[in-house]
Every structure is written in C-alpha cells, then in structure tokens.
Design a protein around this ligand. Sequence first.
Ligand code: AMP
Length: 284
Amino acid sequence: MDIHTTISGLRSRLAAARAAGQRIAFVPTMGYLHEGHLGLVDVAREEADLVVMSIFVNPLQFQPGEDFERYPRDYAHDRALAEARHVDILFVPELGEMYGSADQTRVVPGEASVRWEGEYRPGHFDGVLTVVAKLLNIVQPNVLVLGQKDIQQVTVIRRMLIELDWSVRLRVVPTSREADGLARSSRNVYLSAEERVAALALSRSLRAVEAAFERGERRADALRQVAHEVLEAAPDLITDYIAVADPERLAPVERVDIGTVVAVAGRVGATRLIDNVILGDEDV
Ligand code: AMP
C-alpha cells in the first residue's frame, strides 16, 4: 500500500496510474476504520483497478461544541486494516495540507441539506461538500464510494455531482451492522454498555417501520408513529427526528412507496447517532 501525505505526491502517483489506463475508485473516510468502511473498499475493488482511501478528520464539518477534538483516531490500526483489505493508496493529509491556504471558499448545498441533520448540525453539509469537492479534485476518481449509513450526506453529494456536472460515478453501499442491528459507526466507541443497549432502539424502530410497510401501511404519519413508539420506549434515548422522505431530495412525503427513506437520529448520553432504511430494501 502506498501512503501519501501530500496532495502533489498523490497527484503524480495517480496521474501515472491514469496514464497507464487504470480506473480509480475512491473511498473518503474520517478514519477509526470499522467493517462498514472496509465494505466500501470491497465495492471499490469491484469497480476499479486502483482503490484510493483517504483518512482525514475534516474540521469544517464539525460545529463548535461537537466532537472534533475527541473524534476517535488510531492511525496505526487504520493503516493495518486498510492494508489488510488491499487498499492500494492511502491518502492521509495533515490539516495544513488540506486547508493551508483555503480559508475563504465553501461549497454550499441546497434544499436537501436544510432539514434533518442540517437542522441539528447547521453548516455541517457545507463542510462535507467543501472537503468532498477538494478530495474529488485531488483524486479525480472514476467512481466515488459512499455508505448509505449517512443517507443525507449521500443525497447532498449526489445533488452536487449532478448540479456541478461532475463526471464521477457514485456507488452507495448498504449499511453494515453489528449482529444485534446497531449500525457500525466510529462514534459507537463512545457508548457505555448501557448506552449501547439504548442505542439499539434506533435500528429496532426502523425494523418496526419496515414490518409495518410490509403489512401494507403507506401513510407516512402512521410509520412515523410506529418508529416513535419504539424510540419512546427507550428512556435513555432522546430522539432528534424521524424523517420519512423521498430519496431524491429528502423532502418529507405523506405517502410512502418502495424507495422511500426513513431516517432516525437521536442522542444517548453525549453521543449522537443516526440510522436509516430504504423501504423495500432487505437491509436492517
Ligand atoms: P466516516 O468515516 O464516518 O466519515 O465514513 C466514511 C464513509 O463510510 C462514509 O461514506 C460513510 O457513509 C461510510 N460508512 C460509515 N459507517 C458505515 C456503515 N456502518 N455501513 C456502510 N458505510 C458506512
């Protein structure tokens, strides 16, 4: 595995690969890798000759008071995991390398960023789009691989790719879960044993919604109520939102169909967690 810490070093390595006709797939991450990230690597491998992963904890997407400083980091372990999963190129830039002279320009998302996560994390998606735009310009991949776990991020990035005429293909990989249903997340490490039990209500609520959908329920309000009852029964979980929304723009819908997104977010102690399903998928 090649490891690059500079933009120029990575660029020349990738220029040579492109000149040799290699297709490039790119997996951006914030590190503290788990099986969810590594599943993206497997999909990237199906799509391309060269798999590039980045590890960069992007300060722009954290709001003041969020967990940027304490976000879990373990570079040595990440590096070993990436290598074992046959990542070809690991890009690990320092903060100054990414943002040294970049203190003015931001990529601003539209309507799809306003609700849900956007409400609880104002400015978050500006930070996400800005770093993704930079990384795409640096790596210039044929394929970008993202996780469905962060479904609003996927939607906002997809809008950017379409609306700013990027020619990169987007592959979205279903959420990887622990055996008990908890969606894998770097932030799960924050959870105590009791908090982890409370956190399970998120995926349980989504399973209940899926079961109601399979029984024929098509009213968004009724499905929101199904999720609400499960979440409410977990006293240590504070629900932020239950979104029932169209997959294209994440606008709320009144009636659901195959493909409708149901997304939940909540807080357990100091940890904020999100999860979602796409109705009709066999995911949760
Ligand atoms: P992060 O390091 O949390 O920024 O995530 C990097 C990429 O991995 C994003 O595209 C995430 O959506 C994806 N990802 C994170 N957790 C999971 C998971 N449990 N299943 C699938 N993809 C995931």
